[in-house]
Design a protein around this ligand. Structure first.
Ligand code: C2O
Length: 534
């Protein structure tokens, strides 16, 4: 294994999309940003230099950061932000992971344009558990606002209402040939007939779950969130913000051009941007004058398509890549997730939309939780995050009339190596919405999912404890639930939140504190000397 050095200069860059330009925050002037390539077991050092007027921090989404929580990146959770003119070296080792992950800014809404792929190759000489593809390609799905993204969210926070939706979705930075500005073209994937390609698909969009589809071609899913799955064929991939999906694409046509589409999925469309992003699959030798074969992605509310895809995912669970599902449970947690309304004197309606977990709307601290934890600084957080909702009710039926939530910086404490079962129940309060929940520092297993209220007596009988899919971000269905399990084998402070940026902003977030173990390699390492100060 080796040490890889990267330099990320955070700089403004004037960028043109949808036939209009604006300055955006980028890494090294690129949108999407540079791909970070490493092998399993490599150590990666990324020097981030902040040349913009905003505070910055970068998160390595899905990298486990075993004992190196200081390098995880969420601002005010594991570090104070890198201030303008300052820099910080993220130093971490990639342990026991290979596949596709991604990095993104983890402060304000900067991740709209500050994101890129992480490609982790298997150890040298170790093959993929599927035929080696002829070529590999990163495919990043994103969103584009014509106006300044920070202005959009600031306006929403002032008004107490929902922020404006984006003006387009993007594929590798481009709205594409089927958009309001076709003259700016789009991303083209050149292929040769008969060859197989691996697409490393990443959903970097701020606020939209997406369907991904290529006209006239089937896709074979082989990996999600840097964990191998039992390969299966599909014509549509469902991918939530935060998730990554590797698919094999066999170019089994002789020639032609085929449309690639990324379109939003939402059970209950409310203010959803329904602009489909497009790109082109182009067989070599095909004249550019040849018409593109179009494709129709599933409609926005195609829940059956989404459910079918989610249910098809299984861990590979081979001898070499066993699924290590915790079979006993130390902490059995039940979290309701949803939206609420809190009073707000200065807001448009005298109230603001908030979001919560177990009725707690998380309040960001002034210094990082990890520092407070490590240095025993009191008054920053309390470790009384409720493991169950404050009142039991019919979560998807008749609901309490009081939508008001409690504000607090509360964490849930776990002993080193304890096992956790967490049921995430969407309440469908206010509006029914899906929530892609992301847990930092761990992979977890999705042992069950269902629609309606979780039934603690019946549903666990049907849990899959053999080959459940392993991942770091899970789409909790609207008015439904998901049960996950993980082992708390990573000491530190670990953020868990909805990966729809608007919901995180509204407070749909919390953190786990995992205490040190007693063994020699079971404690959090000390902070790096250049850790930013608040
Ligand atoms: Cu990809 Cu806390 O996020």
């Amino acid at each position: 294994c080796m040490v890889r050095h990267y330099k990320f200069n955070v700089v403004m860059k004037n960028t043109s999309k949808l036939c209009s330009s604006k300055p955006i925050v980028t890494v090294n002037g690129k949108f999407p940003g540079p791909t970070l390539v490493a092998r399993e077991d490599d150590t990666v050092l990324v020097k981030v230099v902040n040349h913009v007027k905003y505070n910055v921090s970068i998160h390595w989404h899905g990298i486990r950061q075993l004992r190196t929580g200081w390098a995880d990146g969420p601002a005010y959770i594991t570090q104070c932000p890198i201030q303008p003119g300052q820099n910080f070296v993220y130093n971490f080792t990639i342990t026991g992971q290979r596949g596709t992950l991604w990095w993104h800014a983890h402060i304000l809404w900067l991740r709209a344009t500050v994101h890129g792929a992480i490609v982790i190759l298997p150890k040298r000489g170790v093959p993929y558990p599927f035929p080696t593809p002829y070529k590999e390609e990163v495919v990043i799905l994103g969103e584009w606002w014509k106006s300044d993204v920070e202005a959009v969210v600031n306006e929403a926070m002032k008004s107490g209402l929902a922020p404006n939706v984006s003006d387009a979705h993007t594929i590798n930075g481009h709205p594409g040939p089927v958009s309001t500005c076709p003259s700016q073209g789009g991303f083209t994937l050149p292929v040769r007939s008969g060859k197989t390609y691996m697409l490393r698909i990443i959903n970097a969009a701020l606020n939209e779950e997406l369907f991904f589809k290529i006209a006239g071609h089937q896709l074979t899913v082989v990996e999600v969130d840097a964990a191998y799955v039992k390969p299966f064929k599909t014509d549509t991939v469902l991918i939530t913000p935060g998730q990554t999906t590797n698919v094999l694409l066999t170019a089994d046509r002789n020639s032609g051009k085929y449309l690639v589409a990324a379109a939003p999925f939402m059970d209950a469309p409310i203010a959803v941007d329904n602009v489909t992003a497009s790109a082109t699959l182009h067989y070599s030798g095909t004249l550019s004058s040849v018409a593109t074969t179009l494709t129709a992605p599933p409609p926005q509310n195609a829940t059956p398509v989404a459910t079918k895809f989610s249910n098809a995912l299984r861990s590979l669970n081979s001898k070499k890549y066993p699924a290590r599902v915790p079979l006993t449970i130390d902490h059995s947690l039940f979290f309701t997730i949803g939206l609420g309304v809190n009073p707000c004197a200065t807001c448009v309606n005298g109230s603001r939309v908030v979001a919560d977990i177990n009725n707690i709307t998380f309040v960001m601290p002034k210094i990082s939780l990890l520092q407070a934890h490590f240095f025993n600084i009191s008054g920053v957080f309390t470790d009384d995050f409720p493991g169950n909702p404050p009142i039991a009710y019919n979560y998807t039926g008749t609901q309490p009339t009081n939508f008001q939530t409690i504000k607090g910086t509360k964490v849930y404490r776990l002993a080193y190596n304890s096992t956790v079962q967490l049921v995430l129940q969407d309440t469908g309060m206010l509006t029914p919405e899906n929530h892609p929940i992301h847990l930092h520092g761990f992979n977890f297993f999705e042992v069950g999912r269902g629609i309606g209220n979780f039934n603690p007596k019946q549903d666990p009988k049907n849990f899959n404890l053999v080959d459940p899919v392993e991942r770091n971000t899970i789409g909790v269905p609207s008015g439904g639930w998901v049960a996950i399990r993980f082992r708390a084998d990573n000491p530190g402070v670990w953020f868990m939140h909805c990966h729809l940026e608007v919901h995180t902003t509204w407070g749909l977030k919390m953190a786990f504190v995992v205490d040190n173990g007693k063994g020699p390699n079971e404690s959090l390492l000390p902070p790096p000397p250049d850790l930013p100060k608040c």
